[in-house]
Design a binder for this molecule. Structure first.
Ligand code: MSP
Length: 509
């Protein structure tokens, strides 16, 4: 049976325009989805938009339109962003869709039937920007002496009737879950933070609101709408057809991986598994949190006017240079800074020089001195065997890195092989062999073609468009691009198209 892999991005709030921070989580999830497809898994990849709640209601009001119209527009912007970033999602869910509303109400009913929901009254702090309840001791005081959320977001005092979820009852089961499955939550820093948050004691969670309307009605109580996080988290099930257990896509549950930003790890690693346990539904296998991007050293914010729209970045840089930069610049899970200088340097050094030159040199030698056809494999030297051995194990080496969401380490493993190939070409000097030993030259070029083919194949998830072009130039047909195809060499004698540079070089500042 084909193994399955269900991967999700967070669903994005439609209160404002998409920016590069949103694109980041989606690109990372896309790399994961593509990696598992190429490894032979049946993948289902979900993204979408989170459209209810007070924050969206307020944004619509400020724009002078109904929340429905507002959500339609911004949701379409997020879909365009996903398309322009080459995000290979299988489904795009919107929480205003009837299928999702039914699903969230069903989950609520299930949790209520199992006795984990009760009616009470909430009195305490709420941050609309974070859509999060905070306890007094979590708040910080600003320089002006105002209380605000630990994220810096404003908070307001809320007092209203509310349904509560018995989160306190799940403290021990959650701690057991983290303990029993050390891989359930990553990276380490986030895992430790969440464990200590849960150890401090969990209070029951308010899961409905009465002071505004833009939300999913609580079943059998029209005065309440669901707390937006109860609604939003359910999207991961709605998209598969929940509550219909026989829906064809339900075979993808439990999710293999929820990729999220570190700011929303708590909702995914504490609330979500608790809701699922309460409903008697299997838990996702892994939650992994990515870090936060600043821009030229500053936090992105509307007031600073430095919010980077991926569309603007695409005016100047190729999509694959951006995708590569975002995953290469910082170990996945850590925070980093997006600067033009760093983007240009990464591109010029690692793509244009390391990989681009290797490809260009090899392919133009084959074009010129092997009549543009894949040359024969001659007798193998120790150097040949060593390099091809490194290439051969790449899919397995990467599989280990992907298993722990170490996307940057995976790239580093590929770069080791690229650097080794550059050392190889410099040592073998095929341009000199042309005169002294043309048979050996052909053999060396053949080794380099195989190495490039392996490198391009495993880099497809990161740079799909560019690697497709490189594989075209290497004479690898569309049906030879799965990782498993690497076990079959490129047929000798296959003719290759005229080589063309694949990576643009950007002028240094
Ligand atoms: N709607 C919720 C998620 C619900 S999932 C059931 C939400 N939406 S969001 O639009 O505010 O953020 C979505 C994702 O974008 C989060 O994972 C967040 O970490 C990510 N990012 C937003 N700004 C970011 C940066 N500056 N850098 C990196 N990621 C950032 O939260």
């Amino acid at each position: 049976m084909t193994p399955r892999f269900y991967v999700t991005t967070p669903i994005y709030y439609v209160n404002g325009a998409p920016h590069i921070g949103h694109a980041y989580t989606s690109i990372a999830a896309d790399v994961v989805a593509r990696f598992y497809r190429l490894s032979g898994y049946g993948v289902f990849f979900l993204t979408g938009t989170d459209e209810h709640g007070q924050k969206v209601e307020q944004a619509a009001k400020n724009a002078g339109v109904t929340p429905g119209v507002f959500a339609d527009n911004v949701s379409a912007d997020f879909r365009h962003m996903a398309d322009s970033m080459n995000i290979s999602y299988d489904a795009f869910i919107r929480t205003t869709e009837p299928r999702h509303i039914t699903s969230a109400q069903n989950l609520w009913r299930k949790v209520a039937e199992n006795g984990a929901i009760y009616l009470g009254a909430y009195e305490g702090w709420y941050s609309v920007r974070d859509e999060c309840f905070y306890s007094e001791d979590e708040l910080i005081t600003t320089e002006e002496g105002k209380k605000c959320a630990p994220t810096g977001a404003p908070v307001e005092w809320v007092k209203e009737p509310s349904y509560f979820f018995k989160l306190s009852a799940f403290q021990e089961p959650l701690l057991e879950l983290y303990e029993r499955n050390p891989d359930f939550l990553g990276p380490h820093g986030v895992r430790n933070e969440i464990i200590s948050f849960v150890k401090q004691g969990l209070r029951d969670l308010s899961i409905s609101r009465t002071s505004f309307q833009w939300g999913i009605p609580v079943p059998d109580d029209e005065h309440h709408v669901m707390y937006v996080w109860f609604d939003a988290l359910t999207n991961y099930l709605s998209a598969l057809g929940y509550p219909d257990e026989t829906a064809p896509l339900m075979v993808y549950w439990p999710a293999a991986l929820h990729l999220v930003g570190k700011d929303i790890a708590r909702f995914h690693a504490v609330y979500w598994p608790a809701f699922l346990m309460a409903a008697g539904i299997e838990l996702p296998h892994k939650i992994f949190a990515n870090g936060w991007w600043t821009v030229e050293g500053q936090k992105m914010s509307k007031s600073l006017g430095n919010v980077v729209n991926p569309r603007d970045l695409l005016q100047e840089f190729s999509l694959d240079s951006i995708r590569f930069f975002l995953l290469r610049e910082v170990p996945f899970g850590g925070d980093s800074d997006l600067s033009r200088k760093a983007l240009i340097t990464r591109n010029n050094v690692e793509l244009a020089n390391d990989l681009g030159n290797l490809a260009q040199r090899t392919l133009s030698l084959v074009a010129r001195y092997c009549d543009g056809v894949v040359p024969e494999k001659g007798e193998q030297t120790e150097d040949d065997i060593k390099l091809l051995g490194q290439v051969h194990v790449l899919p397995d080496v990467l599989a280990l890195q992907f298993k722990r969401c170490a996307l940057t380490d995976a790239l580093e493993e590929v770069w080791k092989v690229i650097r080794a190939s550059n050392v190889y070409i410099a040592r073998q000097e095929p341009w000199t062999l042309r005169k002294t030993d043309p048979i050996r030259m052909a053999s060396v070029l053949r080794v380099l073609l195989e190495a490039l083919r392996g490198i391009a194949t495993v880099l497809q998830p990161f740079m799909p468009e560019t690697m497709a072009r490189l594989l075209d130039q290497l004479g690898v047909s569309d049906d030879e691009r799965l990782f498993s195809a690497l076990n079959t060499p490129i047929p000798t004698g296959r003719s290759l198209p005229a080589p063309q540079g694949i990576f643009p070089r950007y002028p240094e500042e």
